[in-house]
Design a protein around this ligand. Structure first.
Ligand code: MF3
Ligand code: CO
Length: 291
């Protein structure tokens, strides 16, 4: 059993303040909500100011790498070239690409083209051509702190159907962010995204979701975008997670490439789009950490 903290003891969050003037009322409120049957976060999901500052330094690299790729990406280049740029830019800025050797993942980024849903592996063989849409997913470690975000890119003239998919996937992030606030639930955000995507005739991938992030690459909670308002984990200030719904133009089913064990594809071969934002729950809403 966890030891009870005295009112005058230092707070568990390491702010240096006394428990009674720091997180005591916060803990009591969470305990009440848990009593009501809700899922609530543990203390180790709450980032303190020092950790948030460190994660923001990591995110500076993550954002700079995405900005750099946005400048450099073009028709005719391979996804391997993108990956090389990611690796060079990240390490030059003092960071480590978090995906490299992560559970055996072989590259410094994920590049997912058209019907690839996510976790595409950069390759010399995959040459970008006019009309392609792709997600470039970047994650960085700096001084042990993790950042993770991704964007979509359109190569040359892209069909109106694909353009719309990319746009709606982006709007799903905005719709989700509006629901990020303390004492709401992750399901508020999940349902908002689900409903928005389905209103446009799209589907939202079920098997793969977002995650807590910051002190590790993938922390609890797992984040669904097929959830229901008022369900899933309570959001409280100091929680940090990703919003990264995969939006399919066609059917919801996906499969994982047997040959590499990583890359997810749409079962029906239709395109999929994904943007990813790393977000912090604050006292009055949210703060974007990486995008
Ligand atoms: N940024 C990706 C995510 O959080 C990374 C997945 S792990 C990888 O979903 F090894 F596939 F890169
Ligand atoms: Co992620």
């Amino acid at each position: 059993m966890a030891q009870k903290i005295g009112r005058n003891d230092p707070c568990w969050c390491k702010s240096g303040r006394k428990y009674k003037t720091c997180h005591q009322a916060f803990d009591a409120k969470i305990a009440r909500i848990k009593e009501e049957g809700h899922i609530v976060p543990d203390h180790d999901m709450i980032k303190n100011a020092e950790q948030i500052a460190g994660i923001k330094e990591s995110a500076k690299i993550n954002i700079a790498v995405l900005d750099y790729i946005a400048e450099q990406i073009h028709e005719g280049m391979s996804t391997e070239e993108i990956d090389r740029m990611v690796h060079e830019k990240t390490t030059r800025m003092g960071g480590i690409p978090a995906t490299l050797n992560y559970q055996g993942f072989p590259k410094s980024s994920c590049t997912s083209v058209n019907e690839q849903v996510c976790h595409g592996i950069p390759s010399e063989q995959d040459i970008l051509k006019e009309g392609d849409i792709l997600n470039v997913d970047i994650s960085t470690i700096l001084n042990g702190y993790y950042s993770d975000s991704s964007r979509m890119f359109c190569i040359g003239e892209v069909s109106p159907e694909k353009q719309k998919l990319v746009k709606v996937a982006r709007e799903c992030i905005d719709v989700g962010l509006k629901e990020v606030k303390p004492w709401g639930f992750l399901g508020d955000m999940g349902q908002a995204i689900h409903d928005y995507a389905y209103a446009h005739g799209y589907t939202v991938v079920r098997e793969i979701g977002g995650h807590g992030v910051g002190l590790e690459f993938h922390e609890d909670p797992w984040v669904s975008y097929n959830s229901k308002r008022g369900t899933e984990m309570l959001m409280v200030p100091g929680m940090m997670f990703t919003i990264e719904p995969m939006i399919n133009m066609g059917r919801v089913e996906i499969y994982i490439d047997d040959a590499n064990g990583w890359t997810a594809y749409t079962e029906d071969g239709k395109p999929s789009a994904q943007w990813e934002v790393q977000v912090l729950v604050t006292d009055d809403g949210y703060e974007i950490i990486s995008y």
